[in-house]
Design a binder for this molecule. Structure first.
Ligand code: NDP
Length: 392
C-alpha cells in the first residue's frame, strides 16, 4: 500500500490522480491532500478520501479548515502554510508525492519531497524549469526517484530504455516533443488581437487548469517543456525538437541512431501518465478509453509557427542562456498570464512582456534556492513595473 500526498489536490491533475487512486484502494491511499485556498473543495475531498492530513497553503485559512473538518466529523488533521506543507511531504505520512501545484509556488514543496527521498511524481513543470539542476541533485541526495507526469515527458520516459539513461550511451539522437498547437493553431498574429481568456482556455484536446491552458495557447507550455526535457533527460537544446500534432494521440517520440523512432500513444487523458507513474514499473488500469486507431483517423505532424507563437523561441533562448534566465522567463510568464486572465494584458502582449523582462535582467549562475527565489521575485517586480509603464 503506497501512501500518496497530492499537492494541488483541488486542481485538474489532483482530480485525475484521485480518480486513479480510487480505482486501486488496495494499492494506493491518498494520505495527505493539499490546496491553496479552496477550503470547501478540500474538505469535500477529505470526506471522500479520508486522508490523515489536509494542508491549506494559505495559513489564514487553517482554522476554517480545522473547523470544517470537525463539523464533517472527520479525524483528518488540519495544517496551514507552506512550511507545514514542506514538513508534511518530508514526513512519514507519505512515501509518494504528486507535485501538482501550479507555478513557482510548487518549487519548495517539490524540493522538500526530493530531498526526503520520496517517489516524486512531477507535474509542476515550473519547478524543474526554475531549478532543474538543484532538483536533480536533491533527488540524487535523497535517494528517491523522479517520474515525470507531464504527458510528453512521461511518454519520453516510457520510450527510453531504463527510463532515464545517458542519452549518448543509449544511442538516442533526438527527442521529439509533440504539441497540440493549442486553440489558435493555424491563426496569424492579426487574428489574435482580441482573444479573451475564455477563448484561450478552450483547449481543443485537454481539459486543464487555466494557467497551463493559456500556456498551451501561447506555446509557452511547449517552451517550458523543452527546458523540462533538457533537465529530465540530459538533452541539449539542439536535440529537442517540437512537432505540432493536433490529434494529441502521440504524446512524444524518441529517435535513435539506427533510425528507429519510438513513440508513446494513447487518448489525451492525464490519468494514463498518472497511473504509469504511480505503478511504475508495473502497469495498472487508469480508467482511460482504449485508443481506437482505425476510428481516430489520420495523424498529422507539422512545424510550429514560431513567428505567431513567439514564446517557444523565448524559452529556447532562455535555455541556451542558462543560469537564472529560465527562472526569469517563468516568473515573467506567470505575471503575464495572470494579467491576461484578469483582462489587463492583451494576449499578444504576453511574449512582449516576457521578452522585455528577460532583456532587463542579466542571467547569473545559479547559487542556490534562495538565489532563485530572489530572482523570481525580482523578475515578477520587473514585469509588474513594465506593465504599469505600458511597455507595449
Ligand atoms: P489547476 O489550476 O487546475 O490546479 C492548481 C492546484 O494548485 C490547485 O489545487 C490549487 O489550489 C493549487 N495551488 C495554486 N497555488 C498554490 C499555492 N500558492 N500553494 C499551494 N497550492 C497552490 O492546475 P493544473 O492541475 O492544471 O496544473 C498543475 C500543475 O501540473 C501545473 O504546473 C501544470 O503545468 C502541470 N500540468 C498540468 C497538466 C494538466 O493536464 N492539467 C498536464 C501536465 C502538467 P486551489 O484550488 O486551492 O487554488
Amino acid at each position: 500500500m503506497r501512501k500518496i500526498a497530492i499537492l494541488g489536490a483541488t486542481g485538474s491533475i489532483g482530480a485525475s490522480a484521485l480518480d486513479v487512486i480510487a480505482r486501486h484502494p488496495r494499492d494506493f491511499r491518498a494520505s495527505v491532500l493539499a490546496a491553496h485556498r479552496k477550503v470547501d473543495e478540500l474538505v469535500a475531498l477529505c470526506v471522500r478520501f479520508q486522508p490523515d492530513l489536509a494542508v491549506i497553503a494559505d495559513e489564514a485559512l487553517e482554522t476554517t479548515l480545522r473547523d470544517k473538518l470537525a463539523t464533517a466529523g472527520l479525524s483528518t488533521r488540519a495544517a496551514g502554510g507552506m512550511a507545514a506543507l514542506n514538513e508534511a511531504v518530508a514526513g512519514d505520512l507519505c512515501d509518494t508525492v504528486i507535485a501538482a501545484i501550479v507555478g513557482a509556488a510548487g518549487l519548495e514543496s517539490t524540493l522538500a519531497a526530493a530531498r526526503a527521498g520520496k517517489r516524486l511524481l512531477l507535474a509542476n513543470k515550473e519547478s524543474v524549469v526554475m531549478a532543474g539542476a538543484l532538483l536533480l541533485d536533491a533527488v540524487h541526495a535523497g535517494g528517491g526517484e523522479l517520474i515525470p507526469v507531464d504527458s510528453e515527458h512521461n511518454a519520453i520516459f516510457q520510450c527510453l530504455p531504463g527510463g532515464r539513461p545517458e542519452l549518448g550511451a543509449a544511442g538516442v539522437r533526438r527527442i521529439l516533443l509533440t504539441a497540440s498547437g493549442g486553440p489558435f493553431r493555424g491563426r496569424k498574429r492579426a487574428d489574435l488581437t482580441t482573444i479573451t481568456p475564455d477563448q484561450a482556455c478552450a483547449h481543443p484536446k485537454w481539459n486543464m487548469g487555466r494557467k497551463i491552458s493559456v500556456d498551451s495557447a501561447t506555446l509557452m507550455n511547449k517552451g517550458l517543456e523543452v527546458i523540462e526535457a533538457h533537465w529530465l533527460f540530459g538533452a541539449a537544446a539542439a536535440q529537442i525538437e517540437v512537432v505540432v500534432h493536433p490529434q494529441s494521440l502521440v504524446h512524444s517520440l524518441v529517435e535513435y541512431a539506427d533510425g528507429s523512432v519510438l513513440a508513446q500513444l494513447g487518448n489525451p487523458d492525464m490519468r494514463t501518465a498518472l497511473a504509469h507513474a504511480l505503478a511504475w514499473p508495473q502497469r495498472i488500469d487508469a480508467g482511460v478509453t482504449p485508443l481506437d486507431l482505425i476510428r481516430s483517423g489520420a495523424l498529422q505532424f507539422e512545424a510550429p509557427d514560431r513567428d505567431t507563437f513567439r514564446c517557444l523561441d523565448l524559452a529556447y533562448q532562455a535555455l541556451q542562456t542558462g543560469g537564472t534566465a529560465p527562472t526569469v522567463l517563468n516568473a515573467a510568464n506567470e505575471v503575464a498570464v495572470a494579467a491576461f486572465l484578469e483582462g489587463s494584458l492583451p494576449f499578444l502582449a504576453i511574449p512582449e512582456l516576457i521578452e522585455a523582462t528577460l532583456d532587463a535582467i542579466s542571467a547569473e549562475p545559479v547559487a542556490g534556492v534562495e538565489h532563485l527565489l530572489h530572482t523570481d521575485l525580482t523578475a515578477r517586480q520587473t514585469a509588474q513595473r513594465k506593465m504599469q509603464q505600458g511597455f507595449c
